[in-house]
Design a protein around this ligand. Structure first.
Ligand code: ADP
Ligand code: ADP
Ligand code: MG
Length: 701
């Protein structure tokens, strides 16, 4: 085994690789860019080398500097992670030339699988089933159009060099082909520097099922079963799971053998993934009750016959799409169901050891699902978000031996998400005995994921996992568009609960700072009847009011909203370690509330939301300050003045105390200034908006 490796990546995958290396007693060297000077992956490695500017081109793609760093630190091997240089055959070759082990396949295998068209030619020879289509070298537009017409619409034009869901165009009819081809080629040359395309039959309602393969330097191959990555948005994976629902042992063996044949055809070594697109049959017993769909003629031999195992017809047709010659983002679900550490396998194989297990020693245990947590706004077309992770609360991880939750995260609370890199910040992986159990754990783990400071897809992921389609494993790549009505622009926590949580949080905060909340000041209460306090909120773009009443016996009564929409009832709450235990309007829940300025971020088991508490006193002060007027925020009595005419005051300094609705409110100076005049005396009753004193605001320097 290696003594020291360099990890040529960042974020969660660099941390992931470092964790296994540490467990195996292998020292690690991190590399980092300007933007990542204080990043988690730098902190978790034993050494770190700065390799350049923030843009990937200036750092994580600078393989000359990375190789230099490996040599300077005495690392024997380089783990490329995924993305960046992981599928760059020149980098793999440069490592070898420098006497370093590239922890991945040989450069020739990366090259063979690098272009979708060329890899398909190889797979065709190896007898791996392909999507009906055209993947020839001739790129004459007239010929491509003729091929598309022959295949039959809809077709998919794909950039041969494409990846990450980019460079694809679906075409529904012949008339649209030429324009789509142009636009696909333009995107391909801009994104990948190569405008060669291939054409595939567009498979209707397909599933994306991929096989994890592994090869060693001794020529052994195994497959570590499948992952279903059908839940996608814009051809990018959102939720991944293993095993694939509805998979039969026969079909698993057929796909596994096809994947091994693909790997063998390119003398593959290390971890790789063979991606298949799966056409669901109407007679599929795996998915009862599906609407009938026109079936796509396969145009060639029945693909499963090539892999006829046991004579049973597979429930689905599968076709080779591409091979990813690296460790995949979603590898943890495979680890969860096999109990194997794939990074350990990678290190062992790269060090020349044989595969740790043979095919018949591999077993599937239970069920695993992964959710990709990204800094992005699903309601705004998944626009990536940048900012700071002011709150970054994750579910408690329980080891897989005890069967539950794993978090692979590349960031810590307080870290900034910069615009330079991928928006994925963490992955949540759950395991259960059954799919149902895993799903329940996923829901709970997502509910416990509290991120404040930037937009994330956490609540969106929860909603996807809760859709009927996902719950019933009615999977295909159109799941998200099909379920869009319940996925986007949804508020899972309504105003009453959000307001109750915000009120409870305010009272708890006041109690903490004053030792006792204003409602507990019982003096005079019995003779004066009930005490009421008004709150105002911004919620979902609307203005809302709430009234809190302190009733006899010490009970709180809350009324949220006005008129018919009003929701009222007793408010009961208590502070617990995990948040506020809350009971209001027939609901009993737990709420964690994080204040960011005036915005309260409320997380409950039902979902999360934001509510802005409008501070009536502060706003009264602000508005008044413009004209140097300080007005009463509510009708009440002037208790005392803390200043007299002529006093110089500083911003925030208490000026007067008012009593309103049996509570005392301190009115503070909104800015530095000089008190010009007091307009009332202690004991005076004033109306709302009455001017209490005149303040001359100091000129800004
Ligand atoms: P990438 O290199 O971007 O990952 P892939 O070829 O793996 O490209 O395809 C990405 C996704 O696009 C697939 O997971 C699937 O959702 C969709 N897709 C690819 N090929 C087809 C096809 N022939 N028919 C329908 N959908 C497809
Ligand atoms: P996977 O197939 O492993 O699930 P994806 O298909 O989402 O991963 O993306 C393919 C890989 O390419 C991922 O490792 C991703 O981080 C990386 N990737 C995607 N887009 C970019 C990009 N613009 N720059 C660098 N790496 C990228
Ligand atoms: Mg792919």
């Amino acid at each position: 085994m290696f003594k020291k490796i360099l990890i040529a990546n960042r974020g969660e995958i660099a941390c992931r690789v470092a964790a296994t290396a540490k467990r195996l007693g292998v020292k690690t060297v991190a590399v980092y860019s300007d933007a990542d000077t204080g990043a988690k992956h730098v902190a978790v490695c034993d050494e770190a080398v700065h390799i350049g500017g923030s843009a990937p081109k200036e750092s994580y793609l600078r393989w000359d500097r990375i190789i230099e760093a490996a040599k300077a630190t005495g690392a024997q091997a380089i783990h490329p992670g995924y993305g960046f240089l992981s599928e760059n055959e020149e980098f793999a070759q440069a490592c070898a030339d420098a006497g370093l082990v590239f922890i991945g396949p040989p450069p020739s295998a990366i090259k063979d699988m690098g272009l979708k068209a060329e890899s398909k030619q190889l797979m065709e020879k190896a007898g791996v089933p392909l999507v009906p289509g055209y993947h020839g070298a001739n790129q004459d537009p007239a010929l491509l159009q003729a091929e598309a017409d022959r295949i039959g619409y809809p077709v998919l034009i794909k950039a041969s060099a494409g990846g990450g869901g980019k460079g694809m165009r679906a075409v529904d009819k012949a008339e649209d082909f030429a324009a789509a081809l142009d636009s696909c080629k333009r995107e391909a040359i801009n994104s990948f520097g190569d405008d060669a395309v291939l054409i595939e039959k567009y498979v209707q309602r397909p599933r994306h099922i991929e096989i994890q393969v592994f090869g060693d330097t001794l020529g052994n191959y195994v497959y570590l079963f499948e992952r279903d990555c059908s839940v996608q948005r814009r051809h990018q994976k959102v939720l991944e799971e293993a095993p694939a629902p509805g998979m039969t042992p026969e079909m698993r063996a057929q796909m596994g053998l096809a994947a091994v044949a693909a790997a063998r055809a390119v003398n593959y070594v290390g971890a790789g993934t063979v991606e298949f697109i799966v056409e669901q049959r109407d007679d599929s017993s795996a998915a009862p009750g599906r609407p009938k769909q026109a079936s796509v003629p396969s145009g060639g031999s029945e693909p499963h016959e090539v892999w006829g195992v046991g004579g049973n017809k597979p429930v689905m047709n599968f076709f080779f799409m591409e091979m990813n010659t690296r460790l995949q983002v979603e590898h943890p679900v495979t680890e969860a169901i096999t109990g194997q550490d794939l990074v350990e396998w990678q290190l062992r194989v790269a060090a020349g050891e044989p595969l740790p297990l043979q095919q018949d020693e591999l077993r599937i245990t239970g069920y695993a699902i992964e959710a990709r947590i990204c800094a992005e706004n699903p309601d705004n077309n998944f626009l990536p978000a940048t900012g700071s992770l002011n709150v970054y609360g994750l579910p408690e991880c329980v080891t897989f031996e005890r069967g539950a939750v794993r978090v692979d995260s590349g960031v810590r609370q307080g870290d900034a998400i910069s615009p330079f890199y991928d928006s994925m910040v963490a992955k949540l992986i759950v395991h259960g005995d059954t799919r149902e159990q895993a799903l329940a754990r996923l829901d709970e783990a997502l509910a416990q994921t509290h991120i404040v400071g930037l937009a994330t897809n956490v609540q969106f992921l929860r909603r996807v996992a809760r859709t009927e389609s996902f719950a019933k494993a009615n999977l295909d790549t159109a799941l998200i568009p099909r379920e869009q009505a319940v996925l986007f622009h949804q508020e899972s926590v309504g105003l009453p609960l959000a307001a109750a949580a915000a009120v409870a949080q305010t009272l708890l905060r006041e109690r903490a700072s004053e030792g006792v909340d204003p409602f507990s000041r019982r003096d005079g209460f019995h003779t004066h009847g009930v005490v009421q306090r008004r709150f105002e909120f911004e919620f979902g773009g609307e203005h809302a009011k709430a009234w809190l009443t302190y009733e006899r016996g010490g009970c709180l009564h809350l009324a949220v909203g006005e008129g018919d929409a009003a929701v009222a009832g007793p408010l009961v709450f208590s502070a617990q370690a995990e948040g506020i235990e809350l009971q209001f309007a027939g609901q009993r829940t737990r709420a964690a509330v994080y204040a960011q300025g005036e915005v309260d971020h409320v997380f409950t088991p039902l979902g999360a939301t934001q509510i802005t508490a409008i501070d009536l006193l502060a706003h009264a002060g602000e508005a008044a300050a413009e004209g140097g007027r300080l007005t009463a925020p509510m009708p009440g009595k002037v208790v005392s003045f803390a200043v007299k005419a002529g006093d110089t005051v500083t911003k925030g300094q208490p000026l007067a105390v008012m009593e309103a609705m049996k509570m005392e409110h301190t009115i503070a100076a909104p800015a530095d200034g000089v008190v010009a005049e007091l307009l009332y005396a202690p004991g005076d009753q004033v109306t709302e908006g009455a001017e209490l004193l005149k303040l001359v605001i100091a000129e800004k320097a």
